[in-house]
Ligand binder design. Sequence first.
Ligand code: PDD
Length: 293
Amino acid sequence: MSRIAYVNGQYVPHQDAAVHIEDRGYQFADGVYEVFAVHQGSLIGEQGHMDRLDHSLSELRIDWPMSRRALSVIVREIARRNRVRDGLVYLQITRGVARRDHPFPADTMSALVLTARRMPSLDKEQLRKGVDVITIPDIRWARHDIKSVSLLPNILGKQQAREAGAYEAWMVGADGMVTEGTSSNAWIVSKDGELLTHNTSHGILNGITRLSVLEAAAEAGIKFSERPFSVDEAMQAKEAFVTSSTSHVKAVTVIDGQPVGNGHVGELTSRMLDLYVDFIEAKGGPKNTATWN
Ligand code: PDD
């Protein structure tokens, strides 16, 4: 089956999908994106992704290319046309096509592109296997809450992780605190047994998976704190994991070459994976998605 993409109003064969060379996304990274997970035929966290998209667009003063309702139809349609039962929908909106000039162009329509990709279905055994992370300096700009397509520090960090044989790199601010992974949120269970992830601020991207995990924890009566943790705290943690639409809840068993806890998936991590899957299957995604700063 051939893949189909959506480009500015048209469904086209994936291999022919192209944007103009003066799209500001291409020239300036002047755009935003979302990655939706599709699990067993359902979109996960659609409301959250749309609310976060609205935040990113409004912070950058990029217009919605169409109504939220119309966009939601296209998100479903691109998944359907690509027969994605388990996988991803990628959505990108840029400020549009204009002669290269730094200030915002007048009267330019935002540009919209979507792709969809099948992926193996969520595999708990695989997610519990545990991966390595490394820590690296966070060299990004100061607005991590905006899901900008400007991902150069993230891809450099991910590549550094790969070259070190690790799955992810956790980025560390000048204050020694872990902000997040290059494409995921970072979590630990501290040496005192506290479930921790960075609080929402301009310092992290507030993950839709992160929000689901927090709501699932609250429902199960599991205590957590949303606060920054240091690399030292992470090195002494009992457990660690990452969350994202592509990684779900994935155990981290090594940080900077040192085993986390006993070097195997932690008890709470394992439980959070079960709770997360139950939560998305029952609720479809997080409900508390109105604030993004
Ligand atoms: N990345 N932090 C960063 C920097 C991210 O890029 C992502 C997601 C997350 C997790 O967000 P969510 O749970 O909403 O997927 C946190 C996507 C998957 C990507 O860039 O491919």
